[in-house]
Design a protein around this ligand. Sequence first.
Ligand SMILES: [Zn+2]
Length: 320
Amino acid sequence: MDGPVEVAPGIWQVREELSAEVPLFLHVVVGRRGAALVDGGLPASLPAVERLLDGAAVARGPGTTGRPLRWLLNTHAHHDHIGTFGPLRRRTGAVVVAAPGAVGWLEDLDLNLREFALHRPDIIPDSPELRAELAPTYGEPCPVDVAMTGGGSVRLGGPTVLEAVELPGHVTAELGWLERSTRTLLLGDAVTGTSWSFFHGHVLPAAYRRSLHRLRELVREEDVRMVCLSHYPARSGTEFLDLLDIVEAYLDDVTATVEGALSDTPTGLATVWHRTCAAMDRAEEFRGLAMIAAHLDEAVAAGRARLVGPDHYVAVRSTG
Ligand SMILES: [Zn+2]
């Protein structure tokens, strides 16, 4: 556990470990009139969030002092980004902001769990073991006060403004937050982990590719100096561009591996999933399954594969 540290003027970060291979970085942005927490970690992240707010001199409820916590800004509604929003909203009256497409998952955790982890019970059964593993990562649902689309902004006083940028791909609805006065970009999982023992996952491969391109343009056009991410250490704009190269190559690798698992013989989704996990040495779990199903859908849409029965695909060989 590190920090909290001030990674850019008025932008504080704390690190905790979700597992031996997956860190989680939490951020608060402090302006003259108040502060905004960007993502809330897991329910169990509350002590880390409190340390972060204390370190940044932000009040975290009755009996504490500092700048008021006015905003709870969500990047996306995965369980490790929303877990403390409920209690913090109750304690501080902070306004919860999320992408319109994330509202359902924040406000209905059963819907969130079903669509995130239990989306294919015919392939990954809805078992007591899976439920038990995920239960502690789901806290209480949190009402969303403002559904914000790209270009919307949150003013924290003085020059400190956070502007929402739409970055779908990892999930269908994700926002990044650009703080122009410090040229800092705060991201959730708009850039995914590429080297974990399981697939971090993305459910819209083509949109993910466009979002990576958008990020590249944004860093150049806005001269972004610092990029803060949920699962990577903060880095300079230049170092972030290098990371984008790695992630784009990874996305090419996933695409080639999924589509390489197809042949002239009909192959089922579960088989493509097994083959892709084996070829890339990843554990078989629900995130990877959703990602692979999405790649197959897009291969069909692009004419590189054909659906020949429920969940069964053949490769379409390019001619000439
Ligand atoms: Zn995520």
